[in-house]
Design a protein around this ligand. Structure first.
Ligand SMILES: [Cu+2]
Length: 419
């Protein structure tokens, strides 16, 4: 009963912003939301619309589809979120915040939450779905998240164009601010920036309230383990696809790449290995640079012992003294979802996972870790809720499709496919 009342409150607040915010779509969007809520109670696999959602390659998008996607994101930046209502976050920013909280929780708990662990792929599948649902709700259009197959060299000029994601490298006289396209500086504000944790973690060095994309190919000022490399190739993808096991103990970035599809695709490739696939695309897109026009907070130098097992913090003194280096938005782990490129990148990571799941023996729970396996932390097992989505379980929009790892294991049950 309490749950029902809470749902009512959420719907009322939605009604309020729809009335004031999105005049045209108001009438049509209410029944959808209510229908979604009813479906949630009985058929958790159902999504906002009943027709199968087809996620297309960025290469196949029409001009209209590009405009619908980018305008939809801008609309979500102006639309109040059903999540974190007291914090007045926009719908888009609330998804950035959920991602940031996952990273912050990892630090507090000392193990991965949605990153560097089995739930890497389930967490991001859910996050991409939330954006897709949000876009469809506010625009009333059948928008799907396009995927960026970065193994195709021709894709770069399509993605980083003024009618889509804007320039690939920003203005070098202004900390590589993105200065063209729908998300350019002045038009698109970053309201959530990285929270420094004082341990010299370079993935926090992004204090800008505008999108930044710096040199990301061979221009790295980062330690070797996060070196900026060229975009991954099809061979890289094929090598990851050849791994037959989803994940293995200790279920972190130290698992040998041959024994963990998740770690291979995630891009850590074992202890201090060169980054690959998912990680490389974050580095390449965000880039890194030295700057003299900003001074960042003082960095405490932490030099870990050789036996330390957390590669992210095993940073030598050479790097830690470089307090005026920055990373671009996509490279700033906590808040990388500020850059809409995050979602087309993660749609592609999700597509690769879906292809892996379609292989013999990998479908559903067979292709995930087993509940109760030795070494699993809370939030990793198939029957566990994926934090921090569970903190919004009173919001109907969150419960569409469910919030357990097992809820994310079958894209046909989630009503979408990649074409
Ligand atoms: Cu992430």
């Amino acid at each position: 009963m309490k749950h029902e009342n809470q749902a009512e409150v959420n719907l009322n607040s939605r009604r309020k912003f729809i009335k004031t915010g999105i005049a045209g779509a108001a009438a049509a969007s209410m029944p959808l939301t209510m229908a979604a809520r009813e479906e949630t109670a009985t058929t958790p696999g159902k999504s906002l619309q009943t027709t199968l959602r087809k996620r297309k390659s960025v290469m196949a998008l029409t001009d209209q589809e590009k405009a619908d996607f980018t305008n939809g994101i801008l609309q979500l930046k102006r639309t109040p979120s059903p999540f974190f209502k007291n914090n007045m976050l926009s719908y888009y920013d609330s998804l950035v915040r959920i991602h940031q909280l996952a990273v912050i929780q990892s630090r507090k708990q000392g193990y991965g939450v949605g990153h560097k662990c089995p739930s890497l792929l389930t967490f991001h599948r859910k996050l991409v779905l939330l954006l897709e649902d949000a876009l469809r709700t506010v625009t009333q259009k059948d928008i799907t998240i396009p995927y960026w197959d970065w193994t195709n060299p021709d894709s770069v000029s399509i993605v980083f164009a003024d009618d889509f994601m804007g320039c690939q490298i920003g203005d070098d006289s202004d900390n590589y601010a993105v200065t063209s396209g729908p998300f350019k500086k002045g038009d698109y504000e970053l309201n959530l920036i990285t929270v420094p944790d004082g341990d010299g973690d370079y993935l926090n060095f992004c204090p800008f309230h505008f999108l930044t994309r710096g040199p990301g190919d061979g221009n790295s000022v980062l330690p070797d383990m996060m070196a900026n490399l060229p975009l991954p190739t099809q061979t890289d993808v094929d090598n990851a696809m050849a791994v037959s096991v989803y994940d293995a103990a200790p279920f972190n970035p130290l698992v040998a790449k041959e024994g963990s599809f998740r770690n291979y695709l995630g891009g850590w490739k074992g202890p201090m290995g060169a980054p690959t696939l998912h990680n490389v695309v974050h580095s390449w897109t965000g880039g890194s640079w030295d700057s003299s026009s900003y001074r960042f907070y003082p960095v405490k130098v932490v030099t870990k012992a050789a036996t330390d097992t957390t590669p992210e913090e095993s940073i030598g003194p050479g790097w830690a003294s470089s307090a005026r280096s920055y990373v671009g938005t996509m490279q700033a782990l906590q808040t990388s979802a500020n850059d809409p490129v995050f979602f087309i990148h993660h749609a592609n990571v999700d597509r690769i996972w879906a292809e892996w799941q379609a292989k013999d023996g990998n479908s559903g729970r067979d292709g995930y870790v087993k509940q109760g396996a030795a070494g699993l932390e809370t939030g990793w097992g198939p029957d566990d809720d994926i934090p921090p989505f569970a903190e919004h379980s009173d919001v109907p929009e969150m419960m569409i499709n469910g919030i357990k790892n097992s809820s994310m294991l079958d894209i046909s049950a989630l009503n979408y496919e990649y074409v």
